[in-house]
Design a protein around this ligand. Structure first.
Ligand SMILES: Nc1ncnc2c1ncn2[C@@H]1O[C@H](COP(=O)(O)OP(=O)(O)OP(=O)(O)O)[C@@H](O)[C@H]1O
Length: 311
């Protein structure tokens, strides 16, 4: 289990991470999300022991990362956004070197390297120099070093960066397998990745944790696109006693956008709106229910926070 308690970090006068706390259990895959510059990398560097927190505490299975840094680093896998790979080394030499950093015993080392090579499908490139590898293969090698030694904590920054679609699917399966015995933190801008893998998301904004929520608890708001020959004010009047309709906005002539509350029965609401318009004698020529995806959900959360901050 990973326990993060009130960690903060400054770069000079800039507060990059501001009093962040969360707990992750074994077997969980957590999505660490946020816009560019939000503070995700700084958090991941602190979790991996490569950067000290100015304040707060990080515990992995009860061990304090500041006090047991070496020991914890041997039990964690970290895939940074840009892993410095030594161009002159072969794939095999590099993995052997990475295994030595993780203090794998000479007996277990060969078997463990074989395991990660098979898992990342690097068999054909073992003797190739790293400088000759394509971007996708370099990414596979970076992932291979991260999963060496079956880490208890795996921190992955954009793990499918540079991979082709079939490799992306294999990488997702691999992450799921690893998560059976480990805690996994995944930072990505790809929302399909979050939806496919994560059970929970942490959203970081300006260094602060603004959302910590199970994915299935995130019921997105919906939008109803409406085409009808009714003036805006008359439409608002017609729907004014429906509290589940949060806003009515004009899109273009005779085209409106109705924002529906997340906790309402959207299909029933859609039928009710149609019924009212027809009963009032209006011609209804478009009705389209749009479920917001995770991306727009986070954007709307971002906007709501900005509005709150400005108030
Ligand atoms: N070494 C550094 N020195 C000074 N400021 C830094 C340093 N590293 C990061 N920052 C600043 O700290 C803030 C958080 O940066 P961080 O890299 O953690 O964000 P991020 O969420 O990972 O962004 P991205 O998605 O773009 O990778 C940013 O404002 C960034 O400019």
């Amino acid at each position: 289990m990973l326990q993060v308690q009130n960690i903060s970090r400054r770069y000079g006068s800039h507060l990059a991470v501001d009093d962040v706390s969360f707990t992750i259990k074994k077997g969980e895959i957590i999505g660490l999300l946020g816009h560019n510059g939000a503070g995700k990398t700084t958090i991941m560097k602190m979790l991996s022991g490569y950067l000290e927190a100015d304040s707060g505490q990080i515990l992995l299975d009860g061990l304090d990362i500041q006090q047991q840094r070496r020991l914890i680093q041997q039990q964690l896998g970290y895939l940074p956004e840009h892993l410095p790979l030594y161009p002159d080394m072969t794939v095999l030499d590099y993995l052997d070197y990475a295994a030595s950093l993780k203090a794998l015993s000479s007996e277990s080392r060969a078997a463990e390297i074989r395991r990660v090579v098979a898992a990342t499908m690097l068999q054909d490139k073992l003797e190739a120099k790293i400088e000759t590898l394509s971007r996708g293969y370099k990414q596979r090698l970076s992932v291979a070093q991260a999963i060496l030694g079956k880490p208890r904590l795996l921190i992955l920054d954009e793990p499918t960066n540079g991979l082709d679609p079939s490799q992306t699917l294999q990488m997702r399966e691999l992450i799921q397998q690893i998560a059976q015995d480990a805690t996994v933190i995944l930072s990505t801008h790809i929302m399909q990745e979050v939806q496919a893998l994560c059970s929970r998301v942490l959203l970081i904004q300006q260094g602060r944790l603004v959302l910590d929520r199970a994915l299935d608890a995130l019921t997105p708001d919906s939008v109803l696109q409406l085409g009808c020959d009714i003036p805006l004010e008359a439409l608002k009047q017609l729907l004014c006693d429906m509290p589940q309709v949060l806003a009515v906005k004009p899109q273009s002539e005779h085209c409106f956008r109705l924002e529906l509350a997340a906790d309402s029965d959207h299909k029933a609401l859609c039928a009710q709106v149609a019924q009212r318009l027809v009963n009032a004698g209006h011609a209804l020529y478009q009705l389209h229910l749009q479920q917001q995806d995770l991306q727009s959900l986070f954007s709307s959360h971002h906007q709501k926070t900005e509005v709150k901050d400005a108030a």
